[in-house]
Design a binder for this molecule. Structure first.
Ligand code: OAD
Length: 251
């Protein structure tokens, strides 16, 4: 791969930045072996979104949905953070106020050491019941052959604690992400197709609020036109180079 060069203007901007936000999507975890949704081999290229990622799909065929998420959970359990996740965890140490807003449900940012993480779409390792959102620890349920298992409190079916199409995001989480975005001096958008809202709207909000927008994605996206700096490389390759340049150039 050709050498990635980081414009000195970008390093200058990063050096004076106080509030830095990174919005991440499935592309950040691609180099950890977790499939994205809309790429050529993406999950939604193979399976129908309506069947596996909506409340209606779950009502129609809960077993299919539960097994789809079990398959994804197994991949997540085996995955390790890649150099992109690790560089983002280090961003927390170098910027006075760094917020990571992720659409990912795989927990790899936290595994890499990030602490200030806003999980917009939930976490695949958590479960709740369909009817009342009671949190359910499936490891602690008595053995049963029923798939999916049932909530020990109300008997409703158990589902993953992720946000499906047609569902609202947690208002507190949404508001925290909005506040961080409005205050951002620098806003990275990394590994997301920018097709899903409200997440994609944060890129426009950051730009309107005066942030410098940096896109890292091997492919063009619907929000590429908003970027002040663009890196058409995998995030696991670019982010460590940005970090190196930043730490190499002394103030
Ligand atoms: P997508 O699958 O829509 O987009 C993945 C993006 O990652 C694409 O733009 C790719 O070009 C890019 N990409 C692929 N490999 C990459 C790499 N190594 N480095 C950087 N970028 C790379 O995934 P999202 O935008 O995350 O929601 O999808 C948004 C939401 O749609 C997901 O959170 C999920 C889904 O429905 C829920 O589950 C609620």
């Amino acid at each position: 791969m050709e050498k990635i060069s980081i414009p000195s203007e970008l390093i200058r901007i990063l050096k004076s930045a106080k509030n830095v936000v990174a919005l991440t999507g499935a592309g950040v975890s691609a180099e950890s072996g977790i499939p994205t949704f809309r790429d050529k081999d993406g999950l939604f290229t193979k399976d129908n979104v309506e069947d596996v990622a909506t409340p209606e799909g779950f009502k129609r065929n809960p077993k299919l949905v539960w097994e789809w998420y079990s398959m994804r959970r197994e991949k997540v359990k085996q995955a390790h953070p890649n150099p992109g996740h690790i560089a983002l965890a280090k961003f927390e140490e170098i910027f006075p106020n760094f917020t990571l807003i992720t659409q990912n449900v795989d927990g790899l940012h936290q595994k890499a050491g990030s602490r200030n993480v806003i999980e917009l779409h939930g976490n695949i390792m958590r479960n709740k019941c369909f009817a009342n959102s009671h949190p359910v620890d499936v490891e602690k349920l008595p053995p049963s052959s029923e798939i999916p298992p049932r909530c020990p409190v109300c008997g409703s079916l158990v589902r993953p604690d992720v946000v499906w199409f047609g569902e609202f995001l947690d208002p507190e989480i949404l508001s925290a992400a909005e506040v961080a975005t409005r205050n951002a001096d620098v806003f990275f958008t990394i590994g997301t197709s920018s097709e899903v809202y409200p997440a994609a709207g944060f890129i426009s909000l950051a730009k309107e609020s005066g942030a410098t927008v940096i896109e890292i994605n091997p492919n063009e996206t619907l929000k590429s036109y908003l970027a002040d700096f663009t890196f058409r490389y995998p995030s696991g390759k670019v982010l460590p180079v940005i970090l190196d340049e930043f730490t190499r150039q002394k103030d």
